[in-house]
Write a protein that binds this ligand. Sequence first.
Ligand SMILES: [Mn+2]
Length: 321
Amino acid sequence: MASILYKQIKERLDGAEHILLLTDERIDGDTVSSTLGMYHVLKELGKEVSVYSPQPMAKMLEFIPGTEVICRDKEIFKDGSIDLMMIFDCGDGEYIKEPIPSMPKKVPLIVFDHHDSNPKYGSINVIDSTSAATAGMVWGFVKEVGLPMNQKAAQCFLTGICSDTNLFLTSNTTAACLDAAHELSVYGARFKEIVDKLMMSRSVPTLRLWGLAFERLYHDDNFGVLATAITQKDLKDLGVEDADYKSMINFLNAALDGIDTILVLKETEDGAVKGGLRSQTEDCIAFAEKYGGGGHRRAAGFKIENARLEEKDGKWFVKKG
Ligand SMILES: [Mn+2]
């Protein structure tokens, strides 16, 4: 099945003059890496390629090859020469509903994604929820249709896989992930650089924030899980610019003994509370959906708008309004 789809996509790529690549609006290592991996492949193929991202990227992801080409100006959608779009690791396609109708002509959209909940909003949709990372799916496509590879593309794809498997520590890590790691290493991907950048390079303020969050771990009766909380005041007091709380949740998920599900609550700058969930066996999607979120079975999240966090007797509560 994938082969027919892949053949169609290859034909679209061959026929395209100017391809616009899009990341998800929740900028993480997988969406950036799968998008930029495809960027390097298409440049190698001699295509004109633009990359758009609606949100700024965390500093820790700047090591991914090609981040300097990412444009954040929505005007790019008005470029009449764009004749194909691809979006990577974006589970809902919500943010593109606004700029796409403003495009000078109708342009096909190819979706590569691994979120269970993806509603297939593209003209061609490659959705595989068994895949640990979108970057791994894109690498599988590139390999199968024989597109040209280089070291930068390999580094991107391996970074995406490492990012979504927390360096092969999560339960979604499959033999395919490890095979891909070997194949991409042959193309020159450097695993050590990825480990250093994704896992080891933490600033002192960030580690202090993690320490504070670890100290606050409590059993949340409301959510029925082990939880912790980070407020905007914490970030300001500790001088943390880039909270990088996703890595902290992944760390807790891998490190905690005898705990199945972990929830990290965090106040956002725009007055909401975000919840990040990781589980060894439980269905995180069902949990996240209760609060209007989504994601994967073992990793999901939600956002409660117009809310803040309050502490009482060592437990944290989401207060609306
Ligand atoms: Mn992903």
